[in-house]
Write a protein that binds this ligand. Structure first.
Ligand SMILES: [Zn+2]
Length: 642
């Protein structure tokens, strides 16, 4: 046997002390010992307790497991998985240092993350503070620990694509990563070259689901796909919790009542039917066990069988039923379900959103193709330019272009909105100059079609907002919009998977071309409209049940229907084999101006908040205008959701 003699160390005692790691521990033990949640970012501030979020234990510990190389997590919103990533980063610094990268959807995300989460992670921990020399080491571009750098990268910037090698790469909320196509590189591939030099590299990807962008699915499909099984204390069987077994008393349907009646909602064991009450939830969740695909869990908790994939690629998926916070309580989820599962909720895609973001299920509501023969039946009993009963607000839209002979054509329409997702086409047409356009839309309020009864003394409705496509001749459109600030707004179409169906851009941030006419753009905003989103909504409203959806004025010309049908929803596969639903023209050069104006008048209704209108105790609740959309507000909202 060889005897080992201590060699004289090349390190000074101070240096060696600095390198001493706090012993062998798991990520969750490390977090329980050192992590303190800050008042600024958490309602549950104070020392981190993994026991509060037991399903995160194995997810976090996988990061410290030398056999694991990749971790993919599909989670519901508000599931504290970003905190788990921060705990992994802390573990890296304290126990297993190596250059690391954290990618968030946007560069801007770090302004919030650094101040409210990442800096407090260091500043609230003496052990972490030993690894920084001064506050200058905690910057917005990254943290410079004495034993490893931590780089911050926005998936929207290409800066991340080159640089020094990285051992640990964290991708957070990849559903919000920008879509990529053709020559652009997948943000998830960026940094790949930087990671590959390390043999013990780790890649962590985290996302909630969103149909428009299911980036995480192909990665998760290659993992061992673990699900969280919890025991029934009655029969001892372990099961994952599923939405269908959450039970609401039969007579309780009002969302507000459901929110109030804590204890009314319970979970039913799918094997023996025993009740699991709200107050027993945490106890069950604490006893949960992650089980990989291919394996089974026996009543005592023994796991049998062979996993299909090794833990080298660990995958995790869970839904909001196990979350301990009030914002995800069973009552809250049930209330959200009833709010989403209404004709209106379906039209606006709320049900789909609930299934995706809360239940972590890939769920697409199939939109039936619009049937040409069904459209004439949607002609109403009100004539062109008059407003039917039930209509509460009017919007308008215009699509401007020149035809082959160079003649100006302005297609326009006026749309009315009511409760429960109902809307009406009030007027439509095509004119050749702006004067005629103004007369048609802004000339005088529109008369009621039924002047007797409820409308007798009601004031007539005028258009409150017009969206005008400014893709063509933006100077001219903006000159027109200047005449009616906030009532006429220029738009441009996009088919990207942007966060919100509408997005505001400042136009006066002059580009070179616009500098010629800076005064036109002063203070102007332009709305980017996600055309796919509104085409889906239009299609849902045309296939809907009776009483729901769009009704047209009696004399609406056949060409209007024809143009509505000139595009169809089709499945397209991108270069990675992922399906995407997009609207495509049925025939080359088929005109679809009426579909375009329908999209914009519908979008103007959305801007005014019609999707949130509801009827309550015979009182109509119309939340005010959709606030001026500021990018920072959208960001904050997203953050609060997490
Ligand atoms: Zn049971």
């Amino acid at each position: 046997m060889l005897t080992t003699k201590t060699k004289p160390s090349v390190w000074s005692p101070e240096e060696r002390r600095a390198f001493t790691l706090p012993g062998k521990m798991t990520v969750s033990e490390c977090a329980d010992k050192y992590r303190v949640l800050d008042r600024r970012s958490s309602s549950e501030f104070g020392p981190w307790r993994t026991s509060r979020v037991p399903w995160l234990r194995k997810i976090m510990d996988s990061f410290g497991n030398p056999k694991v190389r990749e971790i993919d997590v599909i989670k519901p919103t508000q599931a504290a998985v970003t905190e788990a990533i921060i705990n992994m980063i802390m573990y890296a610094v304290l126990c297993d240092p190596g250059p690391s990268g954290l990618m968030e959807p946007r560069d801007d995300d770090f302004k919030y993350m650094v101040v409210n989460r990442l800096k407090p992670m260091v500043e609230n921990c003496e052990e972490m503070k030993k690894h920084i020399a001064s506050e200058h080491d905690l910057g917005y571009e990254g943290f410079n620990f004495d034993n490893m750098p931590l780089y911050f990268m926005g998936s929207n910037s290409s800066a991340a694509s080159s640089g020094k090698p990285i051992k640990n790469m964290f991708y957070d909320e990849i559903k919000d990563f920008p879509p990529f196509a053709g020559k652009e590189s997948n943000p998830l591939d960026r940094g790949k070259d930087r990671i590959s030099t390390y043999r013990d590299r780790k890649i962590v990807r985290v996302s909630s689901l969103q149909l428009a962008s299911d980036l995480i699915l192909p990665y998760h499909a290659l993992s061992n796909q673990q699900l969280y099984y919890m025991p029934c204390f009655h029969c001892g069987e372990f099961r994952t919790w599923k939405w269908v077994h959450l039970i609401c008393p039969p007579k309780m349907r009002n969302p507000d009542e459901i929110r109030r009646e804590i204890g009314a909602i319970h979970y039913k064991c799918e094997v023996c039917g025993a009740k699991i009450e709200v107050w027993q939830k945490e106890e069950h969740v604490a006893k949960g066990i992650w089980v990989p695909k291919g394996q089974k869990i026996q009543p005592g908790g023994e796991i049998t069988g062979e996993a299909v994939v090794s833990e080298r690629h660990s995958g995790f998926g869970f839904n909001a039923l196990i979350l301990p916070w009030e914002g995800s309580s069973w009552n809250e989820l049930m209330a959200e379900w009833f709010e989403a599962n209404t004709p209106q909720g379906k039209i606006y895609g709320k049900l789909m959103n609930f299934k995706n973001s809360r239940m972590s299920e890939v769920w697409e509501d199939e939109i039936e193709p619009i049937k040409a023969e069904a459209l004439p039946a949607r002609r109403g009993d009100f004539s062109r330019g008059t407003v039917p009963d039930g209509c509460l607000m009017l919007t308008a839209s215009a699509d401007y272009h020149k035809n082959e002979q160079g003649v100006r054509q302005i297609y326009y329409e006026v749309k009315g909105f009511g409760l429960d997702g109902r809307d009406w086409l009030i007027d439509s047409g095509v004119v050749t100059d702006w004067k005629k356009h103004d007369d048609a839309i802004w000339g005088s309020p529109f008369p009621w079609s039924n002047t007797e009864g409820p409308n007798k003394d009601r004031p007539r409705l005028g258009v409150v907002l017009e969206f005008i496509d400014s893709g063509f001749e933006i100077d001219e459109i903006c000159m027109q919009c200047r005449k009616r600030p906030r009532q006429m707004i220029p738009t441009r179409g996009a088919t990207s998977d942007q966060i919100s169906p509408l997005k505001a851009n400042d136009l006066d941030k002059a580009t070179e071309r616009r500098l010629k006419n800076p005064q036109i753009y002063k203070g102007m905003i332009q709305i980017t409209v996600d055309t796919q989103y509104f085409k889906d909504e239009i299609a849902r409203k045309l296939g809907g049940e009776s009483g729901v959806g769009t009704i047209f004025y009696a004399e609406v010309p056949d060409y209007y229907f024809k143009q509505l049908l000139n595009e169809r929803r089709s499945k397209k596969y991108d270069q990675h084999g992922r399906p995407h639903r997009i609207w495509v023209p049925k025939y080359q050069d088929a005109p679809c101006h009426c579909l375009d104006t329908a999209v914009l008048s519908t979008a103007a209704g959305y801007y005014k908040g019609v999707q949130n209108w509801r009827m309550e105790d015979s009182e109509i609740i119309m939340p005010g205008t959709y606030k001026k959309i500021r990018w920072s507000d959208v960001q904050r909202e997203k953050r609060e959701q997490r």
